[in-house]
Design a protein around this ligand. Structure first.
Ligand code: GDP
Ligand code: MG
Length: 370
């Protein structure tokens, strides 16, 4: 059983090895690059750089634990639901979002001039619902591949004149795999060919038994075009949300997920983040994937500049060093240095993974390897 060298530890912690040697000297250990350090010394040094070493954990897991610390039950308060719209192509997903917002996303999309941020907040009396524009299947596949879950409730749009189609089934499977409750919007009820009973029959065949057929699946007949049934749909979303008791602690450093991101010619990396816990503030130091930086500006879904964003708020942020990936977790951290150290460590890790094509080396493993 061997110990880790100063050189390796410096690399692991993404710190300058001379700086590390300086720290060791401060602890009364005259060290050189190839000197081996015992577990206690390693732990002490790692702690100085903000890492608490736990047995069998990778640095990334340690970072994750630290950044995404658990909140006490008393600190949690109700937060708005985050909703994704899914369904077969042309069944009316965009139209439904559009008429819910009473804006004109479809038209703007056609003209290619949208300046929306990828999410919108709908207010119903004192309640809010956050709708993500990200196509449901993307939100579920690319984001879940990164271990991110952003959706609380899935709205499954099924055209009453067309019924359950391949992408409808795909959507059902994604939502089920993610354990996200489904509300079915039976759309295009204004059409003479609309046949909601057929839709219900087909849903039943795929394990979604409608409430009025003795099952548990809420179905709401709607017409996106005539704006019919929308209030009922929104009410059902709030009902399901209440049953889920969605809560978060607003009084902590923010944790969120990148919904979309791109490089803007004038503004640099621009990312839409869904804040899930805590409150994100302008000038917070942040890390998302291998991107780090400081929140320079935040823009809400109405296009307004805001100074802070609490749980279940989607905001566009400026100030990241590079473009993160959709699904990357975003964390607010103590200071810029901390953000940089984590970003550098992650980059190093990616490099090492590429070289060794071996993932998740834990400090523990490292000890036993050498
Ligand atoms: P998406 O592919 O699911 O986003 O579907 P769209 O929202 O783009 O709608 C596809 C087509 O269906 C468009 O021509 C819409 O105008 C039409 N459509 C959407 N909702 C309704 C509806 O409630 N009634 C009728 N008659 N047509 C609709
Ligand atoms: Mg669409």
């Amino acid at each position: 059983e061997g110990n880790i060298t100063v050189k390796d530890l410096a690399e692991k912690l993404s710190v300058n090895s001379n700086e590390l040697i300086g720290k060791l000297i401060g602890l009364g250990i005259m060290a050189n690059l190839n000197q081996e350090l015992d577990y206690e010394t390693t732990e002490l040094i790692a702690a100085e750089y903000g890492y608490a070493i736990e047995e069998g954990k990778t640095l990334e897991e340690i970072q994750e634990d630290e950044l995404d610390s658990e909140d006490s039950p008393e600190s949690l308060i109700l937060r708005p639901p985050v909703v994704t719209v899914m369904g077969h192509v042309d069944h009316g997903k965009t139209s439904l979002l559009d008429s819910i917002r009473e804006s004109h996303v479809t038209e703007k999309e056609a003209g290619g001039i949208t300046q929306h941020i990828g999410a919108s907040t709908v207010k119903i009396n004192d309640n809010k619902i956050v709708f993500l524009d990200t196509p449901g299947h993307e939100a579920f596949t690319s984001m879940r591949a990164r271990g991110a879950q952003v959706t609380d409730i899935a709205i499954l749009v099924v055209a009453a004149d067309d019924g359950v189609m391949p992408q409808t089934i795909e959507a059902i499977n994604h939502a089920k795999a993610a354990n996200v409750p489904i509300i079915v919007a039976i759309n295009k009820m204004d059409k003479p060919e609309a046949n909601p009973d057929r839709v219900k029959q087909e849903l039943t065949e795929h394990g979604l038994v409608p409430e009025d057929w003795g099952g548990e699946t809420i179905t709401v007949p709607v017409s996106a075009i005539n704006k019919e049934g929308l209030d009922e749909l929104l009410e059902m979303i709030l009902l399901v949300s209440e049953m889920g008791e969605l809560k978060a602690n607003p009084n902590r450093k923010a944790v969120g997920t990148i919904i979309e991101a791109e490089l803007d010619k004038g503004r640099g990396p621009v990312a839409t983040v869904l804040v899930q816990k805590g409150t994100l503030r302008v000038s917070d130091s942040i890390i998302a994937g291998t991107a780090s930086g400081r929140v320079r500006a935040m823009i809400d879904s109405q296009g307004k500049r805001v100074k802070k964003a609490g749980p279940s708020t989607a905001v566009e942020i400026l100030g990241l060093s590079e473009v993160p990936h959709a699904g990357d977790k975003l964390y607010a951290v103590k200071d810029d240095k901390k953000a940089r150290v984590i970003a550098d460590e992650r980059k190093e890790q990616i490099k090492r993974d590429q070289i060794k094509s071996k993932q998740n080396i834990s400090l523990d493993e490292l000890f036993n390897q050498i």
